[in-house]
Design a protein around this ligand. Structure first.
Ligand code: MG
Length: 496
């Protein structure tokens, strides 16, 4: 690792040296995870599972290294740290927290349980049988509550879990954000919802042509394919190996092309964050996003605020219609309304940008009650149905489209869902501030020119990596915390 101007405290420098093998193993694991989802032949899964288990154990061992923890203590006790050194200490403390506070036996138990539970969840979903998954889920919740006790929290055990994904975000914050969104979004949803699907959703396309359209669009938007690539996987995701190697994936179903288009823009937003982090932070724990929610704000901004705009429908037409010739039979207005079709439904990942936040609100309510002990796993299907009826006016008639639809709980992931809504809230905030600083932002989107916008995002958000907590970053760059009013205003303006 080359020395740089960001770190001069000797403990910080020594800590970064100690971190190098952790960095290497973590990135090797991410790369192996990417390979598993993209190119690995199916029979490679057994060996890959073993490999992941070994590498995970190695990382745990390295994070529990007494020398590393000692350096971390000394760094935190040091005076006059730069913001980068403070950030380094803060992020390292967070990274080591799980290994130092939660007994290894509990982590091991949880890991074995979630491996089994993921398989049972898959079977339960395929067979539409909640009973197959129910007892595993109950145990996962029990162990997760134990984990929260070890991690420590104030007021509500769910706070310990929220903090794992969104540093400093609490039940009180979440109640405020969702409380502010609830009624205004309900009004917007009622007025904007239309029953009829666009005929564009039924137009079929050639998958190779679609891929060419994506590459041409990404190139036009300034993605540099010497540091970036796009591949295919069942579930779209982004992985940042280094500043010179950021990868996204997408999927193509052969019809309803907006599904692919918006997943590419979404992951492209995540990728842009990783590509624009300060190169001097590379090989340190600061070379990543500030939080799940802030990362998600970048993807939602690209997907919704840019991609679902009228200007983007106009600007992308030439490239898209070259590869998807059926588009020539539709007007710009028809394409725009296809991009923005609002219809409350049962499935989160298919939701439009208005109803999406209700899917998250429901999961937040449910998780809070399960972790807090106000609801039991046996109450879950009924609780789920009632909340769907209340917020979205629909009721699942099977488990697979209800409580069994998401993979998160089977993997022991509680406290993650709210970061999706934080992403939407912050994306709208960013839109407001970006439009103030770049008044012709949308005019330029109609030429697919986002160069100035990318530079702005870099300066406000990306370049800092994880140097600041999400709340500090928001205050620093925008002078305010999470403010749902911008999302409400944006959706009102667009749909009413
Ligand atoms: Mg995302």
């Amino acid at each position: 690792m080359s020395r740089n101007s960001k770190f001069s405290n000797p403990h910080a420098i020594a800590l970064i040296e100690r971190y190098q093998p952790i960095w290497a193993v973590s990135k090797a694991m991410e790369l192996s995870g990417w390979d598993l989802e993209t190119f690995m032949p199916p029979k490679g899964s057994f060996a890959r599972g073993n490999m992941t288990g070994q590498l995970t154990a190695l990382i745990q061992k390295m994070y529990s290294d007494p020398h590393l923890l000692d350096l971390l203590d000394r760094l935190q006790e040091s005076q006059d740290l730069t913001p980068y050194e403070k950030g380094l200490a803060r992020v390292m403390r967070r990274e080591t927290k799980v290994y130092t506070k939660v007994p290894a036996k509990l982590m091991q138990e949880l890991s074995e349980l979630t491996t089994r539970a993921s398989l049972n969840w898959r079977t339960a979903r395929e067979k539409n049988n909640y009973e197959i998954f129910k007892s595993d889920l109950g145990k996962i919740i029990e162990l997760t509550r134990d984990m929260a006790d070890h991690l420590g929290y104030e007021v509500h055990p769910y706070n310990a879990l929220l903090d794992l994904h969104e540093e400093g975000f609490t039940v009180q914050d979440a109640d405020e954000v969702f409380g502010e969104l609830r009624d205004p979004l309900k009004v917007i949803l009622e007025k904007a919802a239309t029953e009829r699907d666009s005929p564009l959703a039924l137009e079929t396309y050639d998958q190779g042509s679609m891929k060419m359209a994506e590459i041409e669009l990404l190139t036009k938007l300034g993605y540099d394919f010497t540091r970036f690539r796009e591949d295919t996987s069942a579930h779209p995701f982004t992985v940042g190996i280094s500043i010179g190697d950021v990868r996204i994936t997408t999927r193509r179903k052969g019809y309803d092309f907006k599904d692919t288009l918006f997943s590419v823009l979404h992951e492209g937003g995540h990728a842009l964050y990783e590509l624009q982090i300060d190169p001097e932070l590379e090989f340190t724990p600061l070379s990543g996003g500030a939080s799940m929610g802030i990362h998600e704000s970048q993807s939602r901004f690209m997907e919704n605020m840019i991609g679902r705009s009228r200007e983007f429908a106009r600007g992308s037409f030439e490239i898209l219609s070259k590869y998807l010739p059926f588009l020539r039979n539709y007007s710009e207005e028809e394409i725009y309304s296809y991009f923005n079709h609002v219809k409350p439904g049962l499935i989160r990942v298919e939701a439009d940008e208005v109803s999406y936040n209700f899917h998250i609100m429901i999961r937040y309510e449910v998780e809070k009650q399960l972790i807090g002990g106000q609801a039991q796993v046996s109450d879950l299907p009924e609780l789920w149905s009632e909340l769907y009826k209340k917020y979205l006016g629909v009721r699942p008639n099977n488990f697979s489209d209800g409580v069994l639809q998401d993979i998160h709980w089977s993997g022991g992931s509680f406290g993650y869902f709210p970061s999706y809504t934080i992403g939407n809230v912050v994306a709208a905030q960013i839109r407001y501030h970006a439009m103030r600083d770049i008044p012709d932002m949308y005019a330029k989107v109609s030429d697919l020119d986002i160069a100035e916008l990318k530079q702005w995002l870099k300066e406000k958000v990306h370049v800092w990596g994880a140097t600041y907590t999400p709340k500090e970053l928001m205050m620093r760059s925008f002078g305010e915390g999470y403010q749902p009013k911008y999302l409400i205003n944006y959706l009102r303006e667009k749909y009413l």
